[in-house]
Design a binder for this molecule. Structure first.
Ligand code: HEC
Length: 238
């Protein structure tokens, strides 16, 4: 059992490490700075508050593709809701003339600007991760992490920890942290400072997992069997 527990803990530890790298890679730097900050989380869940993809492209890399007055007219159209009639009369011919050479859909590496539906996709405001994506990620997270916590918690259940309440807290805390974390994603959309809850949830899960991992490994391989446990054994035999 000791070999099994050790292998499981090692792989789970590795998985946690990869999860951390992935998390960092996905969320850090959204605010333009380095590292993972409060602002990164707010942007990820609620959007940057800046304009659409089309607006930032026209103000950035695509600014040299059309005269300034046409760019302004295009941005005005986006900001006024990107309606269909104006698209047909004004936007479609403009795109045909200025953008279609590259964005007609024939190059799979470039976004297609052919037709209203394709253009509409890049005119949407950045609202952050949408609710349905959150629902999808929530169910994967809850199912996956509950398994991982169950494995680690079961192994840690064999550890000798006194006073006992520390053991209870270490076992229950990551489950609570998981619930806090997942629900905070939705709450951030309503009120930005809930992003601190996301951070607190992550930290709480990490700390309790780390504690259970270290205590389990230590007691299996380094620590001596506590006297109280040895006596308990002889009582049972005697
Ligand atoms: C000479 C070819 C060319 C023309 C003409 C062109 N683009 Fe692009 N466009 C690109 C390339 C290449 C990229 C991808 C590189 C990048 O993201 O900087 C791109 C990217 C984009 C993006 C996506 C940026 C993102 O955030 O992913 C948008 C939106 C866009 N172009 C809009 C336009 C519009 C509107 C026009 C016409 C006014 C236009 N482009 C004209 C080559 C072109």
């Amino acid at each position: 059992m000791r070999i099994l527990y050790t292998c499981a803990l090692c792989v789970v530890g590795l998985a946690y490490l990869f999860a951390f790298i992935y998390l960092f890679h996905t969320y850090s730097g959204r605010d333009g700075g380095t590292g993972l900050t409060y602002q990164d989380l707010v942007i990820a869940y609620t959007g940057s508050g800046k304009g659409s993809k089309l607006e930032s492209a026209l103000g950035g890399p695509m600014s040299s593709m059309l005269p300034k007055d046409e760019a302004t007219a295009l941005i005005t159209w986006v900001q006024q809701g990107a309606d269909r009639p104006t698209f047909d009369t004004f936007v479609a011919p403009l795109i045909e003339k200025r953008c279609a050479t590259c964005h007609d859909g024939s190059n799979p590496h470039l976004i297609s600007l052919a037709g209203y539906d394709n253009v509409k996709k890049v005119t949407d405001q950045d609202k952050g991760t949408d609710i349905f994506t959150l629902v999808r990620v929530s169910h994967i997270h809850l199912f996956g992490i509950v398994m991982f916590l169950f494995v680690v918690g079961t192994i840690f259940g064999h550890a000798y920890v006194r006073p006992l309440w520390i053991k209870y807290v270490a076992m229950a805390a990551p489950f609570l942290a998981l619930l806090i974390d997942v629900s905070s994603w939705y709450l951030v959309k309503i009120y930005h400072p809930f992003a601190y809850l996301t951070m607190a949830g992550g930290a709480m899960l990490g700390l309790s997992f780390g504690f259970m991992w270290v205590v389990s490994m230590y007691q299996m391989w380094i620590g001596k069997t506590p006297k109280a446990v040895l006596e308990r054994g002889s009582e049972a035999i005697g």
